[in-house]
Design a protein around this ligand. Structure first.
Ligand code: ADP
Ligand code: MG
Length: 316
């Protein structure tokens, strides 16, 4: 059995003003048990909408979603007992209660009581590295500590599937690294994890497979290595004072994706292979253009190339 089975999933938001907004436009995705699946996409891509539907917070407009065999529409109780959810941000914990009291409360919500509850809460505090701070009120916790508490909360029912929606958003780099290490420890423990992020490095570090989502569509599902290669293959050469004749030469070099800008001002050349970047630089040197700099496009820009390049079309 698959941990997640998503077929033809669409979600339309009816807005008070303006046209209905189609946030998910037909998503198909199967995640086998035990996989850590990264859902990578820019803001507004539909990641949170997908997480909310999987965790029964939001109903699909059409299509089906099954979590460990349970349908999110017809068997919400089954789904809820199969998964844990951790959303980003620091809302949700009771600031005036201690870490242990918060977890004890959440365990009660799941019907865990008595000695079992005490043991489970102790284990989880240990597991997320909060054992020494367990008796402190959560109001004084850093963002990273709060998020570790949220992770413990997501694990309280020992779920088969864990949904992490931008779990490190707003954290400082050290806290984010610690949090990723923690998620890394859950890998291989049998828990299936669906983790959204707009951070390529985060997705690559943790995931067995990564799906790119853009404007409500899955652009591709690949191993992080493949996605990383695709993204890092794209480069950008900016140059000033490139004569029109040279611009025309650059445009027809193999591996050059686009040449934009004006002859007098900034010319931007985008390439999709390191050899192409070298060829562009060589041509610029030959033309005695001195003002040249290299950069990488953002992930979002690469998405656009990939979406366009695969002819999947983006509705306006
Ligand atoms: N409650 C809502 N009502 C109307 N539109 C929404 C609502 N929630 C999200 N959207 C829109 O749906 C799209 C997808 O949003 P979201 O799922 O939050 O994307 P992501 O998590 O990838 O940033 C966006 O265009 C967003 O503005
Ligand atoms: Mg989101």
């Amino acid at each position: 059995m698959s941990a997640l089975e998503i077929t033809g999933l669409r979600r339309v938001y009816q807005r008070k003003r303006g046209d209905p907004l189609e946030a998910l436009r037909g998503i198909d995705l199967v995640v086998p048990e035990g996989e850590v699946h990264g859902l990578l996409g820019p803001n507004g891509a539909g990641k949170t909408t997908l997480c909310k539907i999987v965790s029964t917070v939001l109903l699909p407009t059409s299509g089906t979603v099954r979590v460990l065999g349970h349908d999110v529409v017809t068997d919400t109780a089954g789904v809820k007992s199969s998964l844990g959810i951790v959303f980003g941000g620091d809302k949700g914990a009771y600031d005036r209660l201690t870490a242990r009291q918060n977890l004890t409360f959440w365990a009660s919500v799941y019907g865990i009581t008595g000695t079992r509850r005490r043991r489970r809460v102790g284990e989880l505090l240990e597991r997320v590295g909060l054992a020494e701070r367990a008796e402190e009120v959560v109001g004084g916790f850093s963002r990273g500590m709060k998020q570790r508490l949220h992770l413990a909360r997501g694990l309280v029912s020992d779920p088969g599937v864990l949904i992490l929606d931008e779990p490190t958003v707003g954290m400082d780099p050290v806290a984010a690294r610690d949090f990723r290490a923690l998620v890394g420890e859950l890998r291989g423990g049998g828990t299936t994890i669906l983790m959204t992020t707009h951070d390529m490095a985060e997705a690559a570090a943790l995931s067995d497979r990564v799906s790119l989502i853009d404007q409500g569509r899955l652009v591709m599902t690949e191993t992080p290595e493949t996605v990383g290669d695709l993204v890092s293959a794209y480069e950008r050469v900016d140059a000033r004072g490139v004569p029109e004749r040279v611009r025309e030469q650059l445009a027809v070099l193999p591996g050059v994706v686009s040449v934009t800008g004006t002859g007098g001002g900034l010319t931007r050349v985008e390439t999709e292979a390191p050899e192409a970047t070298l060829a562009v630089q060589r041509a610029l040197v030959d033309a005695e253009v001195r003002d040249v700099s290299l950069s990488r496009p953002t992930l979002e820009e690469v998405y656009l190339h990939l979406v366009g390049g695969r002819g999947m079309g983006v509705d306006p």
